[in-house]
Design a protein around this ligand. Sequence first.
Ligand SMILES: CC(C)(COP(=O)(O)OP(=O)(O)OC[C@H]1O[C@@H](n2cnc3c(N)ncnc32)[C@H](O)[C@@H]1OP(=O)(O)O)[C@@H](O)C(=O)NCCC(=O)NCCS
Length: 185
Amino acid sequence: MTTHPHFKYVTDSQVTITELMIPAYANFGGKIHGGTVLSLIDKVAYAAAARHSGSYCVTLSVDRVLFLHPIEVGQLVSLKASVNYVGNTSLIVGVRVTSEDVKSGKIWHTNSCYLTMVALDDEGNKQQVPGLKLRTEEEVRRWYEARQRRQHAMAVRKEEATRESVDIAKARELATTERCLIELS
Ligand SMILES: CC(C)(COP(=O)(O)OP(=O)(O)OC[C@H]1O[C@@H](n2cnc3c(N)ncnc32)[C@H](O)[C@@H]1OP(=O)(O)O)[C@@H](O)C(=O)NCCC(=O)NCCS
């Protein structure tokens, strides 16, 4: 793998997309479908990751998605994506989602989430991404927090790789203390 000689500013790859929420995006309850928002999050994160890396990227994970406030049909949704952290071949992109009532101008923060994207070359092999240059305290805070989340994710990955298979007898016992009935045939 070739070592990437360049560093890029966070602002070089920041992307904002704004989309009007139309009735086709609504769920049975009349609010905007969570899947619609997730699709927009994935798109904007891809755009920021591809801009930073200068290559095609794939989504490895979407972490900590919380829907903090429902989004209504007719609202304008804005999604701002910033590269928070770069590893070797992976990037962590933070996405902040807001919705706006166009009549009143009132704005709600509806989501924040983090995606890990991996850069691929034209042959589909992982490739190193440019380094990241930080020039505000906010960028440093986001970098530091993203680094901590990544370390946590790595520890979980390691633990999962060595996790013992499920002990059915123990699960049966645990289920009696919770709202679960195990009825194995
Ligand atoms: C993403 C993909 C290329 C990773 O390939 P891989 O060989 O398993 O990856 P690796 O173990 O070498 O890890 C690649 C990078 O991701 C990071 N990574 C892997 N697992 C991780 C995890 N659980 N959390 C955070 N980062 C992780 C690694 O640290 C590495 O980053 P680095 O190079 O910056 O250190 C591969 O899993 C893939 O193609 N997945 C499908 C992606 C896709 O189709 N997405 C769309 C879904 S519809």
